[in-house]
Design a protein around this ligand. Structure first.
Ligand code: FMN
Length: 369
């Protein structure tokens, strides 16, 4: 009993050391960021994540500045713990949203949806917040750090929502050994504690998890949206397909449904119109871009899981039931710690066996004397 407790506390101490840099940066007990998810990451989920020792991040999405101000204040009313705000780089009111973050004394601003300019990063820092950004490559990561980013998120193609082409493990190997100046958080496909542990051992300061939190009890996602997640397996979370390079589409990983099928047909129809001269290329591009507008809201809030967008990462296969956020985080930590305890036991048994072997080897051969 004493040994088991000792092993558990040694595992906890080891985990705390592994993500100490991330915890210090976020000001939290664990370095688990709740990835901002438009419509899902509002005050209830965000405050629940922060109250459970993680770092909740509000998704501003397409909110207007006054809506964001209300959401920040609403979140503050539900938690005294640190949380961040995620802003989309190409939001037309980005500067006003940054002003809101400054007025509300937001501690951490995460810029998503493209690389922020140095001016944007400076504006965040001048407002008193820490600036975080997504680095899709080592080169862009280096540039962001030079421009003043205080921490980076690197997100693999396994993630839900807008994605790049490279997996989390490959990005981790390319970027983590080279970028030691700022804390780096790994995202994409993280659904269990053992995976968190391996991210930290690869050199990450913490992780960002999205999909795994969608079915939290505190998440306001529609019951139909949650059911779709609970039923889905990893292979149902597919990237959207661009059918013609003249009409580029940033891939979005989502559960395959009617809308994703229709998107293919829709692209074909629009491209046909452009080719026949019935529509200009720019008009065609705009039509294609608009296909998904309002689609995430339709699924998350209205529960229309056939005609809306079911953004989800491949870790959706690990989402098996609705659970309170505190249980999800406790489960992730318990899995990471159990892996460390198992490893310590393996090491001890290996050393014991090696000791016996060494003893056998030093015994003089029978009959030698
Ligand atoms: C439904 C949904 C909506 C998302 N919306 C956003 C968003 O508004 N801004 C953003 O930066 N990332 C967004 N993401 C990505 C998450 O913040 C997070 O980085 C990602 O989910 C991590 O990968 P995982 O899903 O494998 O855990 C979204 C993800 C999902 C599943």
């Amino acid at each position: 009993m004493g040994t088991a407790t000792g092993a558990a506390s040694a595992a906890r101490a080891r985990l705390d050391r592994l993500w100490q840099r991330g915890r210090a940066f976020l000001g939290t007990r664990t370095a688990v960021m709740g990835g901002a998810m438009s419509w899902v990451s509002e005050r209830h989920l965000v405050s629940a994540i922060s109250n459970a020792g993680g770092f909740g991040v509000l998704a501003c999405g397409s909110m207007a500045p006054d809506q964001l101000a209300r959401e920040i204040a609403g979140t503050r009313a539900l938690t005294a713990k640190p949380f961040g705000v995620n802003l989309i780089n190409m939001h037309p009111a980005l500067d006003q949203l940054l002003d809101v973050c400054r007025e509300q004394a937001v501690g951490h601003v995460v810029i998503a949806g493209g690389l922020p300019t140095g001016a944007t990063l400076r504006r965040i820092k001048d407002g008193g917040a820490k600036a975080m950004a997504f680095a899709p490559t080592l080169g862009s990561g280096r540039r962001l750090v030079k421009q003043g980013a205080d921490a980076l998120v690197i997100e693999g193609t396994e993630a839900g929502g807008h994605i790049g082409p490279v997996s989390t493990t490959v990005l981790a190997q390319e970027i983590l050994p080279e970028l030691r100046d700022v804390p780096v958080f790994l995202a994409g496909g993280i659904g269990r504690g053992e995976a968190i542990l391996s991210c930290l051992e690869l050199g990450a300061s913490g992780v960002q998890v999205g999909t795994r939190f969608v079915c939290a009890t505190e998440s306001v996602a529609h019951p139909n949206f949650k059911q779709a997640f609970i039923r889905a397996s990893a292979r149902d979370a597919q990237p959207s397909v661009q059918i013609d390079p003249r009409f580029p589409v940033i891939p979005v990983r989502a559960l395959a449904n009617e809308a994703s099928k229709r998107f293919m047909e829709f692209q074909r129809e629009v491209i046909g119109k452009v080719d026949s001269g019935a529509m200009s290329r720019d008009e065609g591009m705009l039509e294609i871009e608009h296909f998904w507008s309002g689609a995430l809201r339709r699924a998350v809030i209205e529960g229309d899981v056939e005609n809306g967008s079911l953004m989800a990462g491949q870790s959706v296969g690990l989402v098996t039931r609705e659970q309170p956020v505190a249980d999800i985080i406790a489960e992730l930590i318990a899995q990471a710690e159990s892996a460390l305890v198992r490893r310590a036991a393996d090491d001890a048994s290996f050393e014991a066996k090696a000791g016996v072997m060494a003893g056998v080897m030093t015994e003089p051969p029978v009959g030698a004397l």
